[in-house]
Design a protein around this ligand. Structure first.
Ligand code: ADP
Ligand code: MG
Length: 276
C-alpha cells in the first residue's frame, strides 16, 4: 500500500492572514500619537506579527472630519499596490478586540542601524554632496543652521511620487522602515487624501525635476484605474469621500500634465517637525 498523498498546505497570502487570522494583542507601541498595538495574527497554522490601530484609539483631527484614519491607511495601501511598487506593508480594515481598526504587517527593521541613518542626514555647508539631495536649511540651535538632506535613492523617489498622489501630510524619517530583507517600507498614512493640499514631507529633493519614465507609466495606469466603476475607484469609495476621490484624480492628472515632481506650494518646502 502506498503512502497517502500529502496535500501541500495552501499558501496563505499576507492579506488573507491579516484579514481572517485570529488577532492577539501582545503589547502597546509607546511612541505613538494614536493607540498602536503590537499583535500576532494566526490563520491555518501560519502566523505573523502586525500592528492593530483601533478606530476607538484615534485622536480626532479637526481637518480630517470624515471617515477614520484607519480607512485612510487602507486607502494609502490600495494606492501603493495600484502603483505597483509595494512601498506600504499589507494593510486591511478589520474587527479586533477593541473594535474596527487597521491591521498592518509588522516590518522587522534592518539590524544594521546604518541603513536607516543612511536615508537622512544633516550636513555642514550648502551643498548636499554626491549621492544626496537637499531638502532645506534647518535650525540646529545655538544660532546655527545645517542642510537637511536625503539619499538620492530610487525607493525614496518612488515614495515621493506616491506621497504626492496620496497627499501625505506627515512623511517624516521615523515613517521610513528599511527592512531586514533590504527593502524600504513606509508606514503611518492616517493623514492622507485630504481634498486640500496638505503635502508635508522630507522628500523634496527632486522637486521640479522631470518624473522618471517608470513613474509616468505607473501614473498613467493609475489614472485609468481611478475611472468611475473600476475596482480601485469602487474600493476607494468605501474608504474616502467623493470630494477626496475627485481631488486624488486631480493630483494624478496634474503630475501627468507637468511631468515633474511636485514643488512646494508656499515659499518654503513644507516639512514635518520634528523631521524624524
Ligand atoms: N507596520 C509596522 N512595522 C513595524 N513597526 C511599525 C509598523 N507600524 C507602526 N510601527 C511602529 O509603531 C510606531 C508608531 O506607529 P505610527 O504609525 O507612527 O503611529 P501614529 O499613528 O500614532 O503616529 C512607529 O514609529 C513604528 O516604530
Ligand atoms: Mg507616527
Amino acid at each position: 500500500m502506498s503512502a497517502p498523498e500529502r496535500i501541500p498546505p495552501r499558501s496563505v497570502t499576507p492579506h488573507e492572514l491579516l484579514a481572517k487570522g485570529e488577532l492577539t494583542v501582545r503589547g502597546q507601541v509607546r511612541e505613538a500619537s494614536n493607540a498602536v498595538l503590537y499583535c500576532t495574527v494566526e490563520y491555518e497554522g501560519v502566523s505573523a506579527a502586525c500592528v492593530y490601530k483601533p478606530v476607538a484609539g484615534e485622536q480626532p483631527l479637526w481637518d480630517f472630519p470624515d471617515g477614520t484614519l484607519a480607512q485612510r491607511e487602507v486607502a494609502a495601501y490600495e494606492l501603493s499596490e495600484a502603483m505597483g511598487w509595494g512601498l506600504i506593508p499589507p494593510t486591511v480594515l478589520r474587527d479586533g478586540p477593541y473594535g474596527q481598526g487597521m491591521c498592518q504587517l509588522w516590518i522587522e527593521a534592518s539590524a544594521d542601524e546604518e541603513t536607516g541613518a543612511a536615508l537622512l542626514a544633516l550636513v555642514e555647508g550648502d551643498e548636499p554632496g554626491p549621492g544626496w539631495k537637499a531638502v532645506g536649511f534647518a535650525d540646529v540651535g545655538e544660532d546655527r543652521t545645517a542642510l537637511l538632506v536625503h539619499a538620492d535613492d530610487e525607493r525614496l523617489r518612488r515614495l515621493a511620487v506616491l506621497d504626492a498622489v496620496i497627499n501625505n501630510g506627515d512623511r517624516k524619517g521615523g515613517h521610513l522602515l528599511p527592512s531586514a530583507d533590504g527593502r524600504l517600507y513606509a508606514i503611518d498614512h492616517g493623514v492622507t487624501f485630504n481634498a486640500d493640499d496638505k503635502l508635508r514631507t522630507l522628500l523634496w529633493g527632486w522637486a521640479g525635476e522631470p518624473l522618471p519614465g517608470e513613474a509616468l507609466t505607473a501614473l498613467r495606469r493609475l489614472s485609468a484605474d481611478l475611472a468611475d466603476g473600476r475596482p480601485l475607484a469602487r474600493r476607494l469609495a468605501e474608504l474616502i469621500t467623493p470630494a477626496e476621490i475627485e481631488a486624488l484624480r486631480g493630483r494624478v492628472a496634474e503630475l501627468l500634465r507637468t511631468g515633474r515632481h511636485r514643488e512646494p506650494s508656499g515659499q518654503w518646502p513644507a516639512i514635518p517637525w520634528p523631521p524624524v
